[in-house]
Design a protein around this ligand. Structure first.
Ligand code: ADP
Length: 358
């Protein structure tokens, strides 16, 4: 989704991806086939690029540091990526900067029953490295629960009234542009279920959420687009959950609903161009399209989904369905956000991406 606006702005785009025919490679000018920790492949990408950016944060940062030292321009900077990759370091950094969050403890290993008992339960155990979409998060009801066997961040389980997402762009000159907060709801597997833009919250709370997200990105100091996830507690407190240093699932709605979408904004920021307006043109709802079954993908019901007014379908062109794999998303725009929500669920029910192996 970043390649399209980059092409529109006249850039030549090269992508690194391990899979031949990967979604981004279908659109880019060049494809370097290689793993995200393949030093040789990353060097080949760097050699042909004026600026390098990422749309996932699980890239080997030691190799990236080497490229930066050799004079290549990487945005956001590799040290920021390394900080964010480790949920423990990220959480400690926010606490040092006085940004509000849940009570926490960073461990070098999995928690022992004694450590869980001392922390006090229930606890959210988070894998420090490698988690996404709720993989790498486990709720431990008490000290006897079985933790994941990985270096961990422990957090108190905070009561959550609403989860908010705030996308923030930061330019080379430190200028920031903030999109309006959106509401995120998750399914039982912690995958984003529906996103409502703008969030149905009072203006004063909206401003507090925007200011907090801007402060988070200011503290990080990077260049690009950042997805800031916030918790609203029943008491009206805002807590920082985590930051993604890239365009984010909670910002996909900006393609249809905003003057400047998150992907174009990211390209602008990393290329040192002025940031665009983040004004909302219309309310919107986004839902993810998760494949059913596994094997080569087959799309069923596209006609029915597109027959609904205001529906935009984004299929990513991934070749195979795997359990829980995101295959696309759809966004519904409507002046009435409640109507958009109903129609988004109807469109998702109509559209199925099936693996042909059942
Ligand atoms: P991921 O990076 O995999 O999305 P998160 O850290 O965002 O993982 O956690 C996934 C979900 O777990 C959150 O969206 C939220 O619903 C829940 N969660 C995370 N941390 C806490 C917490 N400290 N207290 C209560 N719920 C939490």
């Amino acid at each position: 989704m970043m390649v399209l606006p980059a092409k529109r702005l006249g850039f030549d785009v090269a992508v690194l991806d391990p899979t031949p025919g990967a979604p981004a490679a279908q659109l880019a000018d060049h494809h370097v086939v290689g793993a995200f920790d393949d030093a040789e492949a990353l060097r080949r990408l760097a050699d042909r690029s004026d600026v390098i950016t990422y749309d996932l944060e699980h890239v080997d940062t030691e190799i990236l540091e080497g490229l930066a030292s050799a004079g290549h321009r990487l945005r956001p900077e590799p040290d920021l990526l390394a900080l964010v990759q480790d949920k423990g370091r990220q959480r400690s950094f926010f606490a040092q900067r006085g940004l509000p969050g849940p009570r926490f403890e960073v461990l070098l290993d999995a928690p022992t029953p004694a450590q869980l008992a001392a922390f006090g339960g229930p606890v959210m155990q988070k894998a420090r490295w490698g988690g996404y979409d709720g993989r790498g998060v486990r709720r431990l009801a008490d000290a006897h629960a079985t933790p994941m066997p990985v270096p961990s961040l422990l957090e108190e389980c905070v009561p959550i009234e609403l989860e908010l997402g705030v996308m923030v762009a930061r330019g080379e000159d430190g200028a920031e542009a903030v999109w309006p907060p959106v509401e995120m709801s998750f399914d039982s597997a912690h995958m984003l279920d529906a996103l409502v833009a703008p969030a149905r919250i009072a203006p004063a709370l909206r401003q507090r959420a925007e200011a907090l997200a801007a402060a988070v990105v200011d503290a990080l100091g990077g260049v690009g687009v950042f997805g800031v996830e916030l918790f609203l507690t029943p008491g009206g407190e805002l807590l920082v959950n985590e930051v993604a240093p890239r365009p984010h699932n909670s910002g996909h709605y900006t393609i249809e609903a905003s003057v400047t979408d998150q992907f174009e904004q990211h390209v602008r920021a990393v290329a040192g161009l002025p940031l665009g307006s983040t004004a909302l043109l219309t309310p919107a709802v986004t839902v993810n399209l998760v494949g059913v079954g596994q094997g080569p993908a087959r799309v069923v019901g596209l006609e029915d989904a597109l027959a609904l007014p205001g529906v935009a379908v984004h299929l990513y062109g991934k070749d195979a369905v795997r359990p829980g794999r995101k295959m696309g998303h759809l966004t519904v725009v409507d002046a009435d956000v409640e109507a958009a929500l109903v129609r988004a669920h109807a469109a998702r029910d109509a559209l199925r991406i099936e693996g042909s192996q059942g």
